[in-house]
Design a protein around this ligand. Structure first.
Ligand code: GUN
Ligand code: ZN
Length: 445
């Protein structure tokens, strides 16, 4: 098999930086060796170089930083074309923009076109794994999975389940949602690098019958993911209490239907109490914190201190199109500010962990992605400290790893992503993408 190697600064993790000062592993002059889509070794150049097979090409990237590919734990691909649509809160935003936009996915050609653009955008931002909501239409999931499979990406996605409290044109039924989900699991789950997520949009848009059917699927397929929203907005929380009387909390509704477990990922988790958070910790369900969305829609502030205290598993997410950026760097930027507003210090090293190895661990994918550990899949990002004049000035003055990572998180976005690799293959090159865009603009003019 052919090896390839990358000489660069390397960052990986062997634990949570909040728990150990040795959790981040940084090599100033590092070597990453890749073979057959997997990592063979990552560490100091001096110790790795003698292991290289004769003739192995070494990519010289000594002025760049390689980190594991970013993991976005909550994003809606059908909302790509409505990003940056403002509304006075979640529920009016869903009615005014989201549902009409998602109707467009009745057309499989539109779904395919959007999926292609969406995946390009993820890769341009260095995101190699995402938990993706499709629409209620089965074809929308096929379009996303086909696009991901064609680039050999590790993606998790699912068709939305929604049989009430939305326009008629977007409804499935408990039975059709069950059948379509089972069919999609058969077609895509664990096919290559694709994985399926049961996707009840949120409790208000599913009847008791649909929630039960979803719980039944969860029992039948114990290793599929589950994704939904919980406790994002105060009006939503009130509505759920009216729709599901007798439950201790909003989270308890999902618990009742058997939807809290490992690989269950809940977007937002703002208005939880400690009993809820401890229940998340006990079941292994994961909170996907979506700071750009929470600020844009005015939803509220995620409580990092309470998450730490209760051991609630946590990861970061964009929540595009409620979120305002595809970039996990920009997501870290806003996460840091949300934390500050609650009096909590979120270090840059911890933010990089939450967007890579921490997310992989929370998602039960740590043996495959999220680090540069040997035998894991070679998904990684090459970051450019000189991407912009300001970033160059700031990074040249950084005195620690955390300062360097802060500069990337606070000042970086897709411009800072020089290259993205999935399963050892380059799937994005910033400068080629820029040249392509410039050529297209010239031809159009
Ligand atoms: N709650 C239910 N659906 C959605 C959605 O599409 N985006 C967000 N942010 N919250 C939701
Ligand atoms: Zn969402």
């Amino acid at each position: 098999m052919t090896q390839s190697a990358f000489r660069a600064q390397l960052l990986t993790f062997n634990g949570d930086p909040a728990q150990s000062s040795h959790a981040a592993v940084f090599d100033e002059d590092g070597l990453l060796i890749v073979e057959d889509g997997h990592v063979v070794a990552a560490g100091a150049y001096a110790s790795g170089a003698p292991r290289l097979a004769p003739g192995t090409p070494v990519h010289e990237l000594r002025d760049k930083l390689i980190v594991p590919g970013f993991i976005d734990t909550h994003i809606h691909y059908p909302q790509t074309d409505m990003i940056a649509s403002p509304a006075p809160g979640l529920l009016p935003w869903l009615d005014t923009y989201t549902f009409p936009t998602e109707r467009g996915f009745e057309d499989p050609a539109y779904a395919r076109d959007t999926a292609r653009f969406f995946v390009d955008e993820l890769l341009a931002c260095g995101t190699t794994t995402a938990l993706v909501y499709c629409t209620v239409h089965k074809d929308s999931a096929d379009a996303l999975f086909s696009e991901s499979a064609s680039r050999n990406l590790r993606m998790v996605a699912g068709k939305v389940l929604m049989d009430r409290h939305c326009p008629e044109f977007l409804r499935d039924t408990a039975q059709s949602g069950y059948d379509d989900s089972a069919e999609l699991i058969g077609r895509w789950h664990n096919k290559g690098r694709q994985m399926y997520a049961l996707t009840p949009r949120f409790a208000p848009t599913s009847t008791d019958a649909q929630m039960r059917a979803c719980g039944e699927l969860a029992r039948q397929y114990p290793d599929v993911f589950i994704q939904s929203h919980v406790a994002e907005n105060t009006d939503e929380v009130k509505w759920v209490a009216e729709l599901f009387p007798g439950h201790r909390s909003y989270l308890d509704v999902y618990d009742h239907y058997g939807l809290l477990r490992r690989r269950a990922v809940y977007g937002h988790c703002i208005y939880l109490d400690d009993t809820d958070r401890k229940r998340m910790a006990q079941t292994g369900a994961v909170a996907a914190h979506c700071p750009t969305s929470n600020l844009f829609l005015g939803s509220g502030l995620f409580d990092f201190a309470k998450a730490d205290e209760t051991g609630m598993p946590l990861a970061l997410a964009t929540d595009v199109g409620g979120g305002t950026s595809f970039s996990m760097l920009q997501t870290m930027n806003e996460a840091h500010k949300v934390a500050r507003l609650t009096g909590y210090h979120l270090s840059a090293t911890r933010m990089f962990w939450l967007a890579t190895a921490g997310a992989a661990q929370a998602l039960d994918l740590a043996d495959r992605v999220g680090t540069l550990k040997p035998r894991t899949e070679a998904d990684f990002v090459v970051l450019d400290p000189q991407a912009t004049p300001l970033l160059a000035r700031r990074t040249s003055r950084s005195n620690s790893l955390d300062e360097l990572l802060f500069a990337f998180a606070l000042l970086g976005d897709d411009r800072a992503v020089y290259e993205t690799y999935a399963a050892g293959q380059r799937v994005h090159r910033r400068d080629a993408a820029r040249e392509h865009a410039t050529r297209k603009t010239k031809v159009a003019a």
